[in-house]
Write a protein that binds this ligand. Structure first.
Ligand code: ADP
Ligand code: ZN
Length: 211
């Protein structure tokens, strides 16, 4: 099963991707995670990507397409995968098509803009395992510490209000057209995420996956 997750930043793509990964035993491919890793390693590409990310702008298509096409060649991709955060522009969707990748399902997670801003500006991420928490909606048992692995919780550099507003604008302009693009192939299914817990959203997702 080859799945694309669409949705605004903060819609819960990463959270659902992890749950689908466990359910179907197929890997999650998160371009955001891959770019943050490259930045942490301090490669030239990573540092350049970091500058775009800090402003809430997209990293150039050529860079992201290069990273994804390398990743998709790995043997663990053969059974299927979940693309989380890619494609994000029409050019990226076309590049994916040209790689010969046939997508089975596009899940579009829809959440109100106001809720998105609340979610992202309060979001805390485990620096070690990537688990997600929230200052008011999903408080960890011990302040600043990940419940599942004990790692330290940090706020992502791009989860401040100004950058979040810009990311939402970029999403509207550049990524929303993909819903229509994939809609033409009849492969888009919508999931309502507004006011929903991750578990409630996952129940809907499971229904759409037929499992
Ligand atoms: P979110 O979905 O919450 O914005 P991500 O971790 O998916 O978080 O992405 C963080 C940032 O990484 C984006 O704002 C963008 O700068 C960059 N990025 C991730 N995926 C892509 C992509 N496919 N194309 C261009 N830039 C990307
Ligand atoms: Zn953790």
């Amino acid at each position: 099963m080859k799945i694309i997750l669409l949705g605004a930043p903060g819609a819960g793509k990463g959270t659902q991707a992890r749950k689908i990964m466990e359910l179907l035993s197929i890997p999650q491919v998160s371009t955001g995670d891959m770019l943050r890793e490259a930045k942490a390693k301090g490669t030239a590409l990573g540092l350049e990507a970091g500058r775009s990310m800090a402003k809430g702008e997209l990293v150039p298509d050529a860079v992201v397409v290069g990273i994804v096409s390398e990743r998709l060649k790995a043997p663990d991709m053969a059974k299927g995968f979940i693309l989380d955060g890619f494609p994000r522009t029409l050019a990226q969707a076309k590049a994916l098509h040209e790689m010969g990748v046939a997508i089975d399902l596009v899940l579009n997670i829809v959440v109100d803009a106001d809720e998105i801003v609340e979610r992202l500006t309060g979001r805390l991420t485990c620096g070690k395992c990537g688990a997600m928490y929230h200052r008011t909606f999903m408080v960890p048992k011990k302040e600043g510490t990940c419940d599942s692995c004990g790692g330290g919780l940090v706020q992502r550099a791009d989860d401040n209000e100004a950058t979040v507003r810009n990311r939402l604008e970029v999403y509207k302009q550049q990524t929303m057209p993909l819903v229509e693009y994939y809609g033409r192939f009849g492969s888009v299914k919508e999931v309502n995420g507004t006011g929903k817990t991750p578990e409630a959203v996952f129940n809907a997702v499971k229904g759409l996956l037929g499992s």
